[in-house]
Write a protein that binds this ligand. Structure first.
Ligand code: 4AD
Ligand code: MG
Length: 466
C-alpha cells in the first residue's frame, strides 16, 4: 500500500476524495467520542483551515499512542480521504495508521484552545505561528513578497541587491545603528579624545542602512527601471504601533519619470498587492475580516476600485485648518504632518487613500527635486486609512548645482556623496522612486493594528527577543 504525501490544503479539496494519503503536521485539538473514535484537527500551515481526522479505537496502537496525542503534538497519519458529512468542510480523513512523532506536554504547552491576546502571543513568538492569526499573517506576508517580485518583473524592472552596511545616511535623520568591530571597553581615541574611526573595521564610521535608495539610483541610471527589496534599520526611539527598528522596504526607481508617473506606479503597485491577496488568501482575509477588523474586506475592495486622491501639501494644510478640528499638534504651513493629521485626511475627510505631494523643502531630505517656487520639493507620501503613511517617495533632484546646494543646506559632506552627485555629472535624467514599508502594507492588508504582529520576530526599542 502506498500513501501519497499531500498537504492539508490539498486534502481539504473535494478532488482528493478516495485517495490514500500521508498527512503530517501539528495537532490543534483532539477529542474522543463515545462512539469509539478520536477526532483530531490537524494543521500543517498550508491553509488556514484544518483537516479533521477520524481515528478508530480499533487501531492497534489506539491506547498506547493515539490516546497520548495532545494539542501541539506532531503526527504522521496514513489514511484515506472521505467526503465529510459535516458542515463547512468538504473532506475528512479516515486514519489507517497514526504515528506520534513528537508529543507536546499539555501541562506546559502555552497555546490553549480558548484563544490568546496578541500581547501574550508576542511573548511566545517562537510558537505563535501555530495560531490561526499568525499562520494567516505568515501566508499573506509570503504572498505579498512574491507579488512584489512578480509585479516588478512583469513590468520590466530589475531586482538590485543594495548593501545592508553603509556609510551614508540616506534620509539624513541621523537615526542609524552603528556597525563596528571595536571593543566597546577599549575604544581607540584621537588626540582630541574622540573615538578614532579610522581604526575601525571599515576605516570610517559605518551603519546599518535606513534605505537602499541612493545605491539603487545608481543602477537606475543604467538599467532604467530597478527595485531593491530588503531589510532596513532605524534607530528612532519611537515606541508606536507603526514603527519597527528592523523592517523590510521595497524601493523601485524609474528613469525618465517625473512625480506624476511615480504616483501612477505607486497606485498600480498597491492595487496589485491587494488584488493578489484577495484572490490567493481568501480564507485568511475572511478570518481577518471576522476576527480582527470587520471593515477590512470593504476597505480593501473600496481602495481597489477607487482612484487615489492627489492633493498638494499646501491644500492639505488648508483643509486641516478649515476642518475646525482641534488637533494635539497645531497645524500651520511648514509642519511635518503627524499621524492624527494624516488619519483625518484619509479616514475622515476623503475616506480613501490620499497621495500628498509637494512638501516644504525644510522637512524633506536633500535628494528631492526642488520645485519652481523654491519652497517645496517633489515629495509624495501615500496615506491609507488606519495605517497612515504607507509609501514615501519623490522625484529626485537631477540638477547638479541644486543638489549640491541642498547638500550644503543639510550640512552633508559633499566629498562623501561625490559618487551620488556623479550621476548628475554624467548623463543625468529626471527620475523618481518610492519606498513601501512591507509591514505597513501588511497591516493594511490584514487589519492588524500593531506592526509587532506582522513581523515574525519584531525588533523595537528595548526589545530584541528571540
Ligand atoms: O518615507 P521613508 O523614510 O522613505 C525612504 O526611506 C525613501 N528613501 C524611500 C524612497 O524614496 N526610495 O520610508 C519609506 C516607507 C514609509 O512610508 C513607511 O511605510 C516605511 O518605509 N517605514 C517604516 N516602517 C516601519 N517602521 C519604521 N520605523 C519605518 N520607517 C519608515
Ligand atoms: Mg516618510
Amino acid at each position: 500500500m502506498t500513501y501519497e504525501k499531500i498537504t492539508v490544503a490539498e486534502a481539504r479539496k473535494a478532488d482528493a476524495i478516495g485517495k490514500d494519503i500521508l498527512l503530517q503536521g501539528w495537532v490543534r485539538t483532539r477529542r474522543d467520542s463515545k462512539a469509539g473514535f478520536s477526532f483530531v484537527e490537524l494543521n500543517d500551515g498550508s491553509s488556514f483551515g484544518n483537516i479533521q481526522i477520524l481515528i478508530s479505537k480499533e487501531l492497534p496502537n489506539y491506547e498506547t499512542t493515539v490516546k497520548l496525542i495532545t494539542a501541539g503534538s506532531s503526527i504522521s497519519v496514513r489514511g484515506v480521504v472521505k467526503e465529510s458529512p459535516g458542515q463547512g468542510q468538504a473532506t475528512e480523513i479516515e486514519a489507517k495508521c497514526v504515528e506520534l512523532v513528537g508529543v507536546s506536554d499539555p501541562a506546559t504547552y502555552p497555546l490553549q484552545k480558548k484563544g490568546h491576546s496578541l500581547e501574550f502571543l508576542r511573548s511566545i513568538a517562537h510558537l505563535r505561528v501555530r495560531t490561526n492569526t499568525f499562520g494567516a499573517v505568515a501566508r499573506v506576508r509570503n504572498r505579498v513578497s512574491f507579488s512584489i517580485h512578480q509585479f516588478f518583473q512583469e513590468n520590466g524592472f530589475f531586482y538590485v541587491h543594495t548593501p545592508i552596511i553603509t556609510a551614508s545616511d540616506c534620509e539624513g535623520a541621523g537615526q542609524m545603528f552603528h556597525v563596528s568591530s571595536f571593543d566597546p571597553d577599549d575604544l581607540p581615541k584621537d588626540d582630541g579624545g574622540k573615538v578614532d574611526f579610522s581604526k575601525d573595521f571599515f576605516g570610517k564610521p559605518s551603519y546599518l542602512t535606513v534605505s537602499g535608495q541612493l545605491n539603487v539610483e545608481t543602477y537606475c541610471a543604467g538599467l532604467s527601471k530597478v527595485y531593491t527589496f530588503g531589510p532596513t534599520f532605524r534607530a528612532e526611539n519611537s515606541n508606536t504601533s507603526r514603527h519597527a527598528s528592523e523592517f523590510w522596504m521595497i524601493e523601485p526607481e524609474i528613469a525618465f519619470c517625473e512625480l506624476e508617473g511615480n504616483m501612477d506606479w505607486a497606485e498600480k503597485f498597491l492595487k496589485r498587492l491587494i488584488s493578489d491577496v484577495l484572490r490567493d488568501n481568501a480564507e485568511d482575509v475572511a478570518f481577518f475580516n471576522e476576527q480582527i477588523d470587520k471593515t477590512l474586506l470593504e476597505t480593501l475592495q473600496h481602495v481597489l476600485s477607487s482612484r487615489f486622491i492627489r492633493l498638494s501639501y499646501t491644500e492639505a494644510i488648508d483643509l486641516l485648518i478649515q476642518s475646525g478640528r482641534k488637533f494635539d499638534y497645531n497645524v500651520s504651513w511648514g509642519i511635518d504632518l503627524q499621524s492624527e493629521h494624516e488619519r483625518y485626511l484619509t479616514e475622515e475627510h476623503f475616506k480613501s487613500p490620499v497621495i500628498l505631494y509637494d512638501y516644504p523643502r525644510t522637512i524633506k531630505p536633500f535628494y528631492m527635486r526642488v520645485n519652481e517656487d523654491g519652497k517645496t520639493v517633489r515629495a509624495m507620501d501615500v496615506l491609507v486609512p488606519k495605517v497612515g503613511e504607507i509609501i514615501g517617495g519623490s522625484e529626485r533632484e537631477y540638477r547638479l548645482e541644486v543638489l549640491e546646494t541642498r547638500m550644503k543646506e543639510q550640512k552633508l559632506d559633499l566629498e562623501s556623496y561625490r559618487w551620488y552627485a556623479d550621476l548628475r555629472r554624467y548623463g543625468t535624467v529626471p527620475h523618481s522612486g518610492f519606498g513601501l514599508g512591507l509591514e505597513r502594507a501588511l497591516m493594511f492588508l490584514t487589519g492588524i493594528g500593531n506592526i509587532r504582529d506582522v513581523l515574525p520576530f519584531p525588533r523595537t526599542p528595548g526589545n530584541c527577543e528571540f
